[in-house]
Design a protein around this ligand. Structure first.
Ligand code: BGC
Length: 733
């Protein structure tokens, strides 16, 4: 009997040990690909399809995307847009996924952390004006930490859509009009969110959006058709994406726009041929909100089922909130319209990101209090520094700024002077107006009793109530200098916020003109989410500062610029047209066929913009000299170095960004008149000189792409320009 028992137990042992062994996919020691394969093998089709779906949890605070809250979340759901910030709640839902689903696959919690979560920093358009990508990396790192501690693993950011029409509200969300700036800042932001490794405790996954060409929306109207030639696609819209994919961005979002007849969300060429086959991206693509269903309105799918087929087949792996994949993918597999191998590839991509984030091994987040996780001193300081470097001094006639010590009374007038909510900008849903330092508060702190600050609102942002004008004028008359703070509501930019004119509402313009009667010098402070039309205002004022929408900490930096404690160093990431009628106007346009005698220019207004890309004044003077090249002729495989000496010839320390442009005057496919290829920003003490260098790698900096994405480097003449100087050299075969 004993023998029998021993025999029985020993027969059972291997089975018992197999049973007690962790499945391979749960073993953190195994490589990600092994874990993905192992898990896929165990999943049913239904479980797989659930991974390809994203639902929302909570009520959406985005007015463009209201939908009924999904209750009864399936424990197997792939992802949630987490509209809360409570880590406990997130952990509860995650526990359900880990413990109640058959395989214990963690949910991926996503949210739009666009320019900070609770510690809101400047909008992206402003960030790019800092020309300081390191600061942006740090700010995104800080946002990632606040996100992780709020239960968010994945942000729908950065937006790297090159935008050249400021009527489009979403211009505020990108890094301006230039592909290179969107590239550099996109990469900086991916590095900030994702850290060294996705599995680091405070890393979150980035999502490049909106892939691709959304910025070309016709007439700046949102959600519209985009007529993008293959040449423009490759040379303008795709480069930031390619660079950010190479930098390791975990995910992308397909865009709303219809690219020359094939919507991005059903575009096999961009989603599969380019992204997956050519660039070898192995993460996944999520559709934008409702973008799959919108294929019906865009006229390429007759119903939801066809929309599911088209989006999935094109290469969209995750359905954001449409519930279309959930409804139809299983049917489409049964009908053999979609192969199991395609489903497996899509699920593997999502699982890969989850494994890389470490979600299987560490599915829960720390449960700290709001005080512990938000608005830490060093985070606010970082937001302030980024705001400081983003602000652009556009005009400074007779050196009105910094305000001289003889200024004893400042009239602070205008609807933005005490505004807090609008300084947050669009896409700051978890930002609180009460966290924001206003311009007024910043100035009070800065000037203390040295200056008497008299405030009058004058008027609201919009409307036609002029009843505050006379009090404002009186205050202006009693002052030494008038600081007029005008600008935009945060609702005037962001999604679904297109405007037919980029001018400020009449009431604001009228206020400023009214104040002119006081005959006092005027500093115009602007807070906006886009470049503004200043054709009527600019001639009336001595100085203009564009402070953008700086987030929680803009008051002190602005006041620092007014007082001279801060030397402004921002430069424009986007052109300020003289008037709306000039749009599109951007620095890297192509040459006119008759570039002489003002031919082809507007008859009624100048053709030049008011402030070009790269414009930005300082309180000191930077003198450029000794611009030279290391040689005048190179072969295609040789590098060449351009250098220039920059001297701070003024009396104040300041930061200068040196912008290096390349032009290729004659080649098979015409090039823009100039293209930014490199920049560097450094601080220089008064009297200090520094040599700035740009090492030109011909294949990287002088080549160009054709309409199929093939890169060419043609022999011939090239021009490098820096600080208004031009250096010519030749490339030979
Ligand atoms: C926007 C995206 C955003 C998504 C989720 C969409 O309406 O276009 O940029 O990430 O909503 O909120």
């Amino acid at each position: 009997m004993r023998k029998l028992l021993i025999l029985f137990v020993s027969a059972l042992l291997p089975w018992l040990s197999v049973r007690s062994q962790k499945p391979v996919y749960k073993d953190a020691g195994q490589p990600v690909e092994t874990r993905v394969k192992d898990l896929l093998k165990r999943m049913t089709l239904h479980e797989k399809v659930l991974q390809l779906n994203q639902y929302t949890f909570g009520e959406n605070d985005n007015p463009n995307n209201i939908g009924t809250e999904v209750k009864n979340l399936p424990a197997e759901i792939g992802s949630l847009i987490y509209l809360h910030t409570d880590p406990k709640l997130r952990n509860q839902i995650q526990r359900k996924a880990m413990e109640e689903s058959r395989l214990g696959i963690p949910i991926l919690f996503g949210f739009d952390v666009i320019h900070g979560l609770r510690t809101v920093y400047p909008i992206s358009l402003a960030q790019a004006c800092s020309f300081n990508p390191d600061l942006v990396t740090q700010a995104c790192g800080m946002a990632a930490k606040e996100s992780v501690l709020s239960g968010i693993d994945w942000t729908f950011s950065p937006m790297i859509d090159v935008a050249r029409d400021p009527r489009w509200g979403r211009i505020s969300e990108c890094y301006g009009e230039d592909p290179y700036l969107n590239t550099v800042f996109g990469v900086a932001s991916v590095q900030g969110y994702q850290g060294e490794k996705l599995s680091d405790p405070y890393s979150i996954a980035a999502c490049l959006k909106h892939y691709v060409g959304y910025g070309a929306s016709e007439g700046g109207r949102d959600y519209r058709y985009t007529d993008i030639s293959p040449q423009a696609l490759w040379e303008t819209y795709l480069p930031p994406y390619e660079a950010c994919v190479k930098a390791g961005a975990a995910t992308l979002m397909s865009s709303f726009n219809d690219i020359s007849g094939v919507p991005a969300t059903s575009n096999h060429y961009i989603l599969t041929e380019i992204l997956k086959n050519k660039w070898r991206h192995d993460g996944f693509v999520v559709s934008d909100w409702n973008a799959i269903e919108q294929l019906i309105y865009q006229g390429v799918a007759k119903d939801r089922k066809e929309a599911a087929y088209k989006a999935f087949h094109a290469g969209v792996e995750m359905d954001m909130r449409d519930n279309i994949y959930y409804e139809y993918l299983e049917q489409l597999v049964a009908e053999k319209k979609i192969q199991m191998s395609q489903i497996d590839d899509a699920v593997a991509r999502i699982l890969r990101v989850k494994f890389r984030l470490g979600l299987f091994d560490e599915p829960y987040t720390k449960e700290l209090t709001e005080q512990e996780r938000y608005l830490q001193k060093e985070d606010i300081a970082l937001a302030a520094r980024l705001a400081e470097e983003s602000m652009v001094l556009l005009k400074n006639e007779n050196n009105l700024l910094p305000l001289s010590s003889t200024v004893k009374r400042v009239a602070l007038i205008g609807p933005m002077a005490k505004d807090s909510a609008n300084l947050l900008g669009a896409w700051a849903f978890k930002g609180h107006a009460e966290d924001v330092e206003t311009i007024y508060e910043g100035m009070q702190k800065e000037f203390g009793d040295k200056v008497q600050l008299d405030y009058e609102q004058g008027c609201a942002l919009d409307g036609n109530d002029e009843s505050g004008f006379s009090a404002a004028l009186k205050t202006a008359e009693a002052s030494d200098v008038v600081v007029v703070c005008l600008g935009e509501s945060k609702q005037w930019s962001g999604e679904n916020a297109s405007r037919s004119t980029i001018a400020l509402p009449d009431i604001q313009e009228k206020l400023l003109l009214h104040l002119k009667q006081a005959n006092k010098p005027i500093v115009l402070v602007l807070s906006s989410g886009r470049p503004l039309e200043l054709i009527r205002l600019e001639p009336q004022v001595e100085a203009i500062i564009e402070m953008w929408q700086p987030g929680v900490a803009g008051g002190t930096p602005l006041a620092g610029i007014l007082s001279g404690r801060v030397n402004p160093s921002g430069k424009l990431s986007v052109t300020f047209p003289l008037s709306t009628g000039q749009i599109p106007v951007y620095y890297n346009m192509r040459q006119s066929a008759r570039p002489f005698d003002a031919m082809g220019d507007y008859q009624d207004i100048p053709t030049k913009p008011l402030y070009p890309f790269g414009h930005g004044l300082s309180y000191t003077t930077f003198v450029y000299s000794d611009a030279k090249l290391s040689s005048l002729k190179i072969r295609k495989n040789q590098k060449i170095t351009a250098e220039v000496t920059v001297t701070n010839a003024g009396k104040m320390e300041g930061k200068e960004t040196v912008l290096w442009y390349v032009s290729d005057p004659f080649c098979s496919i015409s090039r823009p008149m100039k293209e930014l290829k490199f920049f560097e920003k450094h601080s220089l003490n008064a009297g200090e000189s520094r040599v700035f260098r740009f090492e030109i790698d011909p294949m990287r900096d002088l080549s160009y792409t054709d309409a199929t994405g093939k890169r060419f480097l043609e022999a011939g003449e090239f021009i490098v320009s820096v600080g208004g100087r031009k250096l010519t050299f030749e490339v030979v075969d």
